[in-house]
Each structure stands twice: as C-alpha cells, then as structure tokens.
Design a protein around this ligand. Structure first.
Ligand SMILES: [Zn+2]
Length: 78
C-alpha cells in the first residue's frame, strides 16, 4: 500500500484506488488511464489505417498513373 499523487488533482491516493476520493478521477494512481490508453490505441489504429490508405493509394496511383497520363496527353493532342 503506497500513496501517489492523483494524476488529475495531485491529492494523495492509494495506488490501488479505483477512483480519486477528492476529484473522482478513475485510476488515480496510474500514470496512463484507461481512457488515455484507448486514445493511444485509437491513434495507433488511425495511423496504421492512414498508412495503409496512403500505401494503397500510392500503389493504385503508380499502377494507373501511366494510363491516366497517356489519356490526358491524348486528350490534349486530340
Ligand atoms: Zn484527484
């Protein structure tokens, strides 16, 4: 049993406390809260999604760019 300052209000709370008795913040003894962890995992998933979209878009672009460019050149000439 040890006391740590609440991450929200700095009130001394037990590390095993589920909520801060002063401000009601959840998991006051933990540096990273559950909500924070959810935000981090969401951000990581978002970044992975953006990266996949970017790589996929780049692949499609590299695959079809010559065709599109040829079509544009043809249009400009004709
Ligand atoms: Zn607190």
């Amino acid at each position: 049993m040890s006391l740590v300052p609440c991450r929200a209000c700095e009130y001394q709370v037990d590390t095993s406390a589920l909520a801060c008795p002063k401000c009601g913040a959840t998991d006051p003894g933990r540096k990273i809260s559950r909500q924070h962890r959810q935000v981090i995992s969401f951000t990581v998933q978002f970044l992975i999604g953006v990266t996949l979209l970017f790589l996929g878009g780049r692949y499609v672009w590299l695959e079809f760019a010559p065709t599109i460019k040829a079509a544009i050149v043809k249009q400009n000439q004709g």
